[in-house]
Structures are given as C-alpha cells and as structure tokens.
Design a protein around this ligand. Structure first.
Ligand code: ZN
Length: 246
C-alpha cells in the first residue's frame, strides 16, 4: 500500500491543492497527523477535503483549540487570534467533526501516526535527544509525526540516532529505503506552513511493501494564500512567513 502522509495543513488550500496535484498517481490511501486548521484562511475547504479523502486523521493542538477543547491562554497572541477567527468563521459541522477527532498515537497498518510525539500530542520532537526519549514508546517501529513543521526525521539504531534529511533546495524529492529492524520517527513536514527555511509545501509518500519513504516538496501559489490571510484580517505575519518558510 502506498500512503500519502500529510501534516500541518493549517487551512492553506493553495498548498494542499498543489500537494494533491503533485502526488497524483503516487498513493492509494491517505493519513493526516493533525493541525488541519489554524493560521490559514481556508479552514472549511481544507477540512471538507480531508473529511472526504483521508480515512485516518488525528487531531493537532490547533484542531483542539479551534474545536473549543483547549484553553486559548496557552497560545501565543498570533495563534490565539487565528484560533478565535477560525472558531467564528468555521461551519459548525466541520467544528463538530474536528472535536470528534481522536488523539494520537493511532495505529494504522504496521505504523502509527502522532501529532507531537507518541507520548504527548503537544510535545516538539526536534533534536536527537528528543527522539531518544520517545523511542521506547513507538510500538510499531515507524511513527509519523508533525507539530514542528520541520520535514525530516530520525533513524534510531542500536548504535545511536541518525537524521533523515529532507530534499535540498535544488531538488523536489529525497527517498530512503527503511530497514525493518530499526525504529523510525518521521516528520512529513508541513503542507501549509513550512518552517524549515523552504517555503515549498512538504509531504511524504510511504510505500509499505517496498519500504520506501519519499519526502517531497512542491511550490504553490503563496501570494493567493497570503492575500486571503490579509483580507481575512488575520495577523500579517501569518501571511509574510509563508514566503520565507520560517
Ligand atoms: Zn502545526
């Protein structure tokens, strides 16, 4: 089975459309590691697409906040303003669907999906030390996660931890053959708000039979996504950061 692995779409319809077009013919089934909404200006159209096309979805911290399950005092002012805007804007049926999303980790098909980490949906896994700490809690051997908006991951060997690198700026893909006796923590990157200095939308394809993982990057119509954010009256920095991928 070939899986389309999505995370952190953040209500960016232009980025999601570019990913769907780029991935055409490459996948059979889709999963999403959370944060469908928050920050971007298209929460309804993104949520509706995910509802119709992605059978395995877990919630992210922004989905929780926008569904009224989180105290917004925990959020910084920009995230809070976008959550308030999203709550006021979204169709109630989509809000209800977000509220019912399960918390990760969720076992799928020999792998699992989590938002922050398999231990805590709000935890950021950024360093080798972070990966080392959560490694004993990965039941399946392969865990896809999001939350950091940094494409890449960790290969946890008996002898230590190595990083899986994302595609460099001049390339659109980076492929790895995963070993069967090794634990992997893999972040497909953020579709709608990359923060790894590469503004291209990020996602991954996982071919579970051939054990091939491909990180992919695709350019999208950043200016349209920015214009919508500004027109909606969302904080300006949410538009500006899309151009730099920071
Ligand atoms: Zn996020």
């Amino acid at each position: 089975m070939r899986y389309l692995i999505l995370s952190d779409v953040h209500a960016n319809w232009e980025a999601l459309q570019a990913v769907v077009a780029d991935a055409r013919g490459l996948w059979d089934r889709a999963v999403c590691c959370g944060d469908l909404v928050g920050y971007g200006a298209d929460p309804d159209v993104v949520t509706t697409w995910v509802r119709q096309n992605v059978p395995e979805v877990i919630r992210g911290n922004h989905d929780k906040a926008c569904a009224g399950l989180e105290d917004l005092d925990w959020f910084n002012p920009v995230a809070r303003a976008s959550a308030v805007w999203t709550i006021e804007t979204m169709d109630q049926r989509n809000v209800d669907w977000l509220r019912a999303l399960p918390e990760g980790p969720l076992a799928v098909d020999g792998f699992e999906i989590a938002h922050g980490s398999p231990l805590d949906e709000d935890e950021y896994v950024v360093t080798e030390q972070d990966a080392e700490q959560v490694r004993p809690y990965i039941d399946s051997g392969t865990c896809f996660f999001g939350h950091t908006h940094l494409q890449g991951g960790f290969l946890c060997h008996r002898n230590g931890i190595m990083r899986l690198r994302r595609p460099p700026a001049e390339s659109a893909t980076e492929t790895f053959e995963l070993e069967s006796d090794t634990v992997y923590l893999i972040n497909p990157g953020s579709v709608g708000q990359p923060r790894d200095n590469d503004p291209r939308a990020a996602y991954a394809i996982w071919d579970s039979e051939r054990r091939l993982l491909t990180f992919r990057r695709v350019p999208y119509d950043v200016s349209s996504a920015q214009e919508k954010i500004l027109r909606a009256g969302l904080p300006e920095m949410l538009a500006f950061r899309l151009a730099s991928g920071k």
